[in-house]
Write a protein that binds this ligand. Structure first.
Ligand SMILES: [Zn+2]
Ligand SMILES: [Zn+2]
Length: 346
């Protein structure tokens, strides 16, 4: 499914099967989850995507061919990786971070998520809305074939796919909240649903904010274990130690600040957000902080993929065949999905 130009529908098209270059894996795609970032790219809200582009950066598949140089020690290997060897038939995950230079000031200080020359899957590199894709092996994750049956949903290709962005970026956002005891989450979509399970598992008290009047989502959050769920226009019963904003709505930033205790932090987890309105300095005073989360490091991925089966994190899936990618994007845009949209490809 090819994006020729932002603002247009994806086109179902036969394209040549990619060949793995040096250091790359050819992966037969089994499933690719749909991310809000895909919508931002299609809607022209992110600058200069590769065009034409195959979207998709939450890819699960099997290694079909191994390029030259894979499985050899590399200068840009991640120190966090336990197993960087790949074999044909291995089940792998391909995330948003697709390539870094390994050489800039950020890469050299364990902040490869901020790399000056990073390339991103399904944005600057063709992604997973396709039967095959190639990826730099150093940025692929091993996905075990089984997670000891702790959660059947993670053992399936469609079930594990949303972990690769909603899970990883959510995890990075969550870790930025430190040891906050009372955690607020604004926007209860895929990332929030996954990270809420981890937060509850780690004993955090959870406060969930939805669109005003969205009683169904508030109910779902309470059923998951949130101590309070309400509209983003409501004041929670207790002050929060931290808040994560997953909704791409700028006015939520000052709203979340007002809900914080002294020393609290607001973490913006999205890649795009509408403008943040002005607010009085007194709302920031008291060492409150605002930060964004950009991309992921391979270490985030290793950590989250290790911890998720132990929670165990459960995923809720709305599966679509590849050729219905436009329908999946449309339903995502309209908030009409029951779970994470995943393209089931093979
Ligand atoms: Zn770099
Ligand atoms: Zn994403």
């Amino acid at each position: 499914m090819v994006l020729d130009k932002p603002g247009q529908l994806l086109q179902l098209r036969d394209v040549p099967k990619p060949k793995p270059g040096r250091g790359q894996l050819l992966v037969r795609v089994a499933a690719c989850a749909v991310c809000r970032t895909d919508l931002h790219i299609v809607d022209g809200e992110l600058p200069e995507p590769k065009l034409p582009l195959i979207l998709g950066h939450q890819i699960v598949g099997r290694v079909e061919e191994i390029g030259l140089g894979v499985n050899q020690q590399s200068a840009n290997a991640s120190p966090a990786r336990t197993n960087q060897q790949f074999a044909v038939g291995d089940r792998v995950g391909i995330p948003w971070l697709g390539w870094t230079d390994g050489d800039c000031v950020y890469c050299r200080s364990n902040r490869e998520n901020l790399c000056d020359h990073a390339k991103f899957t399904g944005y600057n590199i063709d992604g997973g809305y396709a039967e095959y894709t190639v990826a730099d092996a150093r940025f692929c994750f091993h996905l075990p074939d089984s997670y000891n049956d702790v959660d059947a949903s993670l053992a399936t290709d469609v079930g594990v796919a949303p972990l690769l962005c909603a899970g990883l970026i959510g995890y990075r956002s969550y870790r930025k909240t430190g040891d906050a005891r009372r955690l607020g989450i604004y926007g209860f979509g895929n990332a929030a649903h996954l990270i809420a399970q981890l937060a509850l598992h780690e004993g955090r008290e959870l406060f969930v904010f939805t669109r005003p009047g969205d009683k169904a989502t508030q109910q779902a959050a309470k059923e998951l274990g949130a101590s309070w769920a309400g509209g983003s226009d409501e004041t929670p019963p207790d002050k929060l130690d931290a808040a994560i904003i997953f909704a791409s709505v700028g006015p939520l930033v000052p709203a979340a600040l007002r809900a914080l205790n002294k020393g609290g932090i607001v973490v913006c987890g999205g890649i795009h957000m509408s403008d943040i309105p002005a607010f009085p300095y007194v709302d920031l005073w008291g060492e409150r902080a605002i930060t964004s989360v950009a991309n992921l490091t391979r270490r985030d991925g290793e950590e989250f993929l290790e911890i998720a089966p132990r929670v165990p994190v459960q995923t809720k899936i709305d599966a679509f065949p590849l050729e219905e990618a436009n329908t999946a994007l449309d339903k995502f845009r309209g908030g009409k999905l029951a779970g994470a949209a995943v393209l089931k490809i093979s």
